[in-house]
Ligand binder design. Sequence first.
Ligand code: FES
Length: 148
Amino acid sequence: QRRYYHEKVLDHYSRPRNVGTLDKSDKSVGEGLVGAPACGDVMRLHIKVDPETQVISDVRFKTFGCGSAIASSSYLTELVRGMTLEQAAKVKNTEIAKELCLPPVKLHCSMLAEDAIKSAINNYYKKNPDVKPTSLAGREAKLETATA
Ligand code: FES
């Protein structure tokens, strides 16, 4: 049986963007490490976050998996760079699958990317317990200036 992949998948697969790792001993780097139980494929994602703005300033991935998983993670890195943590936490695998025109049988590969960004964000918050989501931080800043 022949399978045809969309050219976007082939493009990301043959020229993956942002492959690599960041220094995870750095407090501003969050790591996501997730696996797909169905196939055993694994994805690792590192995000570097600006503590002031909570914007993702850098992002790297390593995926040991199928072509669709590699394409999903490559596209994800382009998507979340420049997003705030809150925005990135809302990225859905369906958005990735749609962009890459993944067939239903490959949906779980894009799920790996959604899990990876969620896991990296959680890890960042765990490493920085004093950092709160920006909406809350904004409110607190306003309170502080009001009471100053
Ligand atoms: Fe496992 Fe694609 S087949 S992630």
